[in-house]
Write a protein that binds this ligand. Sequence first.
Ligand code: PMP
Length: 436
Amino acid sequence: ENLIDNSKEILSQRKTLLGKAMRLQYKKPLHIVRGWNQYVMDAFGRKYLDTVNNVAHVGHENFEVVKAGQKQMAVLNTNTRYLHKNINNLAKEILETLPKEMAVLYFVNSGSEANELALRMVKTVTNSKEIIASEMGYHGNTNATINISSYKFDGKGGKGTPKNTHIFPIPNSFRGKYRGENTAEKYANEVQLLINNIHQQNKKVGGFIIEPIISCGGQVELPKGFLAKTYQKVKNAGGLCISDEVQTGIGRVGKTFWGFQLHNVIPDIITIGKPLGNGHPITAVVCTKEVAEKFANGMEFFNTFGGNPVSCAIATQVLQTVKNNNLQENALIVGDYLKQKLLKLSKKFPIIRNVRGQGLFLGFELVNNYLQPLPKQTEYLINRVKDFGILMSSDGPDNNVIKIKPPIIFSKKDAQEVIFYLKLVFKENFMNSTKI
Ligand code: PMP
């Protein structure tokens, strides 16, 4: 039944049934009916290698994870007002991966909810609403998280920077405000300016939020030393530092388990999202004891679904699968291998520039000789590699950054396949093609 292609009908129904603000990928949308490890399959039974889905962290429909969910689902699912070992087990499993300062957890259901709760913690603890965030940062789809997401309020349909939000230039050393080597100090000074500005308005600093590698902003690696400098400035001003690990967490960046650990800093709050449930909606907020104590000011935090036994069984299995199968190490080895191959490809095809990222969280830009972004060519490339069975995605302020963030079970053979088809498409010399 699954192999009957009724995509036209599904598409036309969707157009009338669902909100127009939702977007579909690809000029000719894909109708996916099955996932398996690093692959998905369309309604024609065609297999695609997936370099996009950083939610299917340990593989689409990973057998152990599916089994853990099914087993608990058949026994009990309820809320956190009853004792249950699953929630404790998951909390312990997460804390094992973190420095001892990060000590107390809350469970929620999406990255947006996690950041929303982190913002509430900041407000309760510091008594300030002033949030410092990066240009082109994205932290969620709720009111409060949209208000700190320049990616949204500075983009189509946005209304600019809201009151209480303070945006510093995206610390992109390739095409950002400050370029080249040693830009950390310069970008950190921009954050200091915002702190000064808040103080001049007789206000206090609330929080500082950033991803350890900025994803929607185009897989931007923070300049070396930037995070340590800014954390110090924010902490000196009495603010709290949030590391948004929704995309970078749980071994993906290879060298370290969490993104903030790449930068030798310790946040006050981290938010964990996408990969935690491998596709099942469970996310978490971890904070220091001090933050947790002050947040518990008498108002109950209740979340109907957050931390239920089924979600916790699933997430615990995800973490165990990462650990038992050395998937952080795999992300490091395969990620480094793919990065080297991409660098080699960029020598041959100079349209590819600034290959960057860590582990299996990589990106590169498509630009012309004058470093001008090439969004049309980027779109063409993504649609073209799809013809060869490779799913890729793009992002960044100019939509010219190819992002690579596959399930972290990705193999060297998969990396070779990606390189093979990228080369094939680049050889087609599509820069001047009439198809674009
Ligand atoms: N933070 C980051 C860095 C994200 O990439 C996203 C989702 N793309 C979110 C938060 C929001 O997560 P969700 O869509 O699960 O609400």
